[in-house]
Each structure stands twice: as C-alpha cells, then as structure tokens.
Design a protein around this ligand. Structure first.
Ligand code: ZZB
Length: 267
C-alpha cells in the first residue's frame, strides 16, 4: 500500500526530549516526524500530529544533521526502499539502523512541529492517540479533524480531558477549517459523521470504522476542494496533484508498507 510520507520539522521539543537529546544530535540538526497518509489532499487541514503514547519511537539519522522520528519497523522499511541511509551503510538487521535515541510516544507529547501546507503556519503539537497502531505505516499519524472521524473524536476527547492526558488544552484546540465540500456531509465531513453516528469517544471503534469508510468514499468520489492550489477541482483529480507538489517541494516522499493491512482504497 503506497502512502505519502510527510516531513514535519521539529520547531521546539517537549521539555523531556529537549533534555534527553542534549549532546546526542547536533544543535542545528533538522528532525522530522514522518506520518504516513493516504490523503495528501487534506494536508491543508492539519491541526496536530498523533503518536501512540506507549509505542516506542526512534530518532534515526538520515544524513549529516538530519533525523526522522518513526518506529523501528518503519525505519527498516525506509532503509529497504532506499529513501534514506546511503547504500554504503545499508543495515543488515534492525539493530544496525542508525538510531541515536529511543523513547515512548508520551515523551514527545507537546513538541511543536511545522506541518507543510497547513493553515496553522505557527506550528502544531504532538499529541497522544491510544488507537495508533505500531504495526502500520510509520506509527506517526498526522491529524485532520475536518475529514478524519478518528482524529476528530480523539481531539474532542483530549480537549475534554486535557488534565487527565497531561496536555495543555490549547494544544488540542487549533481551529478546524473546511477543506472539502461533499453533497452528503457538507464541508466538515468528519464532525458531521461523528454527530450522525452518535460517536461519543475514541472508544466507539465500530462506529468510527464505519465513519472512516463513509468519509473516504464520499470524499474521494464526490468531494470538491475548497482550498489550496487545486481549489474547485474534484478530490479524485486533486489528490495526485497535491501529492506530486509535496514530493517536488521535498516536503514528502513515497512510502510503501509491505506488511501493512492489505486493503485496496481508491487513490
Ligand atoms: C491524514 C488523513 C486525513 C487520514 C483524513 C485519513 C483521513 P488505512 O486506510 O487504515 O490504511 N494512519 C496511518 N498510520 C496509522 C497508524 N499506524 N495507526 C492508526 N492510524 C494510522 O488508514 C490510513 C489512514 O489512517 C492514514 O491517512 C492516517 O490518517 C491513518 F481526512 O492521514 B490519514 C476518512 C479518513 N480520512
């Protein structure tokens, strides 16, 4: 399954990480969180980025002064796909990956990152999401609450229980802009579906799976872009153009997940 892997550069580390990586990477190094997405056309609406609080993530060195934060499993896949890691240093096993630090997702929460194409040019925050799968994509998930029911339900929960989750409420309260107009669900597909299917929390997994399917289908076949370079075009036409533009600008690269859940999705 081919994902678009986006590069979200760290602007300011969470206090825990700032302390932990002192002396482990160059002061002027660039570090990117790398979420894998099937919906590049929604990147305008990124409001935050999710990690699994209990999942382990590594900082992997790509080249001088450049690192990515992903699961070890994803770094291993990236190595095979030749995006990174010069061939002279090709790892023979996962233990040979150039990992400089490893920490659970919870340590990264509160880190401020730059999300390419997002309205929120001031940056967005790393937040925890229990349902992130370590066995899919990169283990990092960029969040688009206007068009992803899972993201919307999780954000509402984080806002309600900010103290419980150990986050600042503002981190989960970035404005949600309409991106895609659809005949059935209007221009905020995910919030509409969450309401219609009476989803009250991220634990309503059955309804959330149903909402995700409905949102994918409606968005792809009937959606029209309301924003961005391809405003006014059908989502089915804009998707590949946004993806290409992200590849051309160097903000993203293709990433295949050979072992990921095998489902065929349009686009
Ligand atoms: C941004 C986005 C915007 C996404 C949207 C979806 C939607 P699939 O079909 O099951 O492969 N995702 C990626 N990796 C993980 C992970 N490890 N654990 C949990 N979720 C993950 O799902 C691919 C989508 O699931 C990806 O695309 C990502 O969220 C998330 F408007 O990225 B998406 C209706 C969905 N809308």
């Amino acid at each position: 399954q081919e994902y678009t892997a986006l590069k979200l550069q760290v602007k300011e580390w969470s206090p825990k990480m700032a302390e932990a990586i002192k002396g482990k990477i160059e002061d002027d190094a660039k570090v990117y969180f790398v979420p894998a997405t099937l919906r590049p056309e929604t990147m305008y609406g990124q409001t935050n980025c999710f990690v699994g609080p209990k999942i382990k993530y590594g900082l992997f060195k790509l080249k001088e002064k450049e690192y990515v934060v992903v699961t070890k499993r994803a770094a291993w896949n990236m190595a095979f796909q030749g995006h990174f890691f010069g061939s002279e240093s090709f790892p023979k096993s996962q233990d040979q990956l150039p990992m400089v630090y490893e920490a659970p997702g919870s340590d990264f929460v509160g880190t401020l990152i730059n999300a390419p194409l997002s309205f929120h040019t001031e940056g967005v925050y790393i937040l925890p999401m229990e349902s992130v799968s370590a066995a899919k994509g990169t283990g990092v998930v960029t969040s688009v609450p206007s068009d992803s029911p899972d993201d919307y339900a999780t954000l509402m929960d984080l806002q309600k229980k900010a103290d419980y989750y150990g986050i600042k409420k503002e981190w989960a309260s970035k404005e949600i802009h309409p991106l895609i107009d659809t005949p059935t669900y209007g221009n905020l597909t995910a919030p509409t579906l969450v309401k219609q299917l009476k989803i009250n929390s991220p634990k309503d997994v059955t309804q959330l799976a149903q909402a995700k399917d409905l949102a994918y289908t409606e968005g792809f076949y009937k959606g029209t872009m309301l924003v961005g370079e391809f405003k006014g075009e059908a989502v089915s036409a804009a998707k590949d153009k946004v993806r290409k533009s992200l590849y051309d600008s160097g903000d993203a690269f293709p990433f295949a997940d050979p072992m990921g859940k095998v489902v065929s999705r349009s686009g």
